[in-house]
Structures are given as structure tokens and as C-alpha cells.
Ligand binder design. Sequence first.
Ligand code: R5P
Length: 287
Amino acid sequence: MFVAGGSGSASIVEDLAKEVGGVVADVETRRFPDGEAYVRVREAVEGEPVAAVETPVPDAGLVELLLLEDALARRGADPLHVGLPYLPYARQDKVFEPGEALSAAVVAEVLGRRADGVVAVDPHEEAVLDRFPCPATAASAVPEIAAAVDDGAVDVVLAPDEGARPRARDAADLLEARHDHLVKERVGADDVRMEPRDLDVDGLGVLVLDDIVSTGGTMSQAVATLREQGAARVVAACTHGLFVDDALARLEEAGCDRVLATDSLPNPVDDVPVAPALARGLSALDG
Ligand code: R5P
């Protein structure tokens, strides 16, 4: 198998090639003076299975991945699978207000148009997979996140909301910890508390696990409340660390002892590799 990457995914591509025993394809990517992307696959891949991998971070990476898929399809890659370390636009998965674009559907449609199969690591909601015009599967980075925090000091894994509870449960099973989800309680016009539904965290080591940390608002509210409730240690982890603006500082101020994320997006705490999840997803597509 060849693994072909765009300009933002070199280390993931190398990791993935090792995971699947594949070869990194020779791909040229550059920008024209006006900023437009140029992609050329310099490898003969006709009739060969190829995984195209790029984090389509809005929006330059998205265009680059679309060009990479087109170039690979024209080169005869067969099958052509697309590995998405991060699936952007997935949170706009409904028309919340009349007149809005259904962004998740648009992005899935174009990303899947040339592909024989797609793997998305921890998509915001798995329902988005139905939007792809080809087989699409989710792959979880929870095993690698759990391994990275497994120091024997995690007593409880908490999901920020009920929808994220299965991910917390999977991590808790691996860490031999308990799990719960947080419920939001408004305690003033501008103040929201996020408390565990059932568990008392007083004196415990807590891992809060979310799919995305963007502004850090959700996670910092959770961490601050858990600290108030006497948690002895709070680790914040996510698959996709967007960490917009001062998000990491907000988490630290809220009382996080440690923050970690996968390398699905470049960030200062991207120590957890996403390639093993992509490899499992590719294998599921083949199966
Ligand atoms: C929301 O449903 C997601 O799972 C995350 O909780 C959310 O995207 C985090 O965003 P922020 O860091 O801006 O609060």
C-alpha cells in the first residue's frame, strides 16, 4: 500500500506507512504565487491501493486534499482510501437557523467524491459518516489517549456531555477507572457549572475526555467545577486540539494539571499519535 500525504501531514503519513507496512508515495505540493495549491503525484500507483492522508484544516488543507485525491484517482490508485485525521465542519451538521449551509454534508460530499472509502478519526458525530457518497468508517484514538495518560492515577473518566459518554466509557475500561458524564447547570446569567451526573470526585484523579477542544470554553468550565468539587488532579484530553487563541492558557488557569491531544492537528500538546487509529480504520475498510 502507498500512503500519500499533503503538506500538513508528513509525520502522520510516515507513522501510518510504518503502521501498515506501506510506502510513502512521492507527492509534490506547493503554492502558486497567488496562494493556489498545486499537487502532483510523482509515483506510479496504477492499480495499487493508496491511502490519501491530510488534515483538511480549514481551508487550505481541504483544497489540497481534494487535489491530492483527484491526482491519485487520475494516476489509477485502486482502491483509493482517504484517511482524515480530523474531519472539519462536522459540528455544523444541522441547519440550526433557516438559510444556513449544511456544512458537514457539503464537506463529506466533496471529500468522498473520488474515494472508494473514508476513515475519519473520532468525528464529532458518527452520523456524519452517512453523508459520504462512499463507505465511511470512524476510528477511535481512545486507546492511544488512554495509554498516554495511564499512570495509575486516573480514578474517573468524565465526558463533557451525555453524547460523548461512550468515548469516556471506552477510556475508563482501558484505564480500569469509573466513568460518568457532566451535566450543565446555569448558576447565573453568565455562569455555567458542569458537574458529574452521579459521581463524587472529591479527592480523585479525573480525566476529562472530549472529541474537540476549540476555544477551551467547555473544557475549562468542566475543569473549574471539578476543582471546586475537590478533584485531586484533573487531566484534560481530546482527540482534536484546535486550541484557538488562548485556549491552552484558559485550561491552565481553570486548574488543569495536564492537557494532551493527538497529532490530528498541529498543537503544542500533540503527543498522542493518530496513525494507529487510521491504520485500524483502513483495515476495517478492507475487511
Ligand atoms: C461539542 O459538542 C464538542 O464536543 C466540544 O465540546 C466543543 O466543540 C468544544 O468547543 P470549545 O472548546 O469551544 O468549548
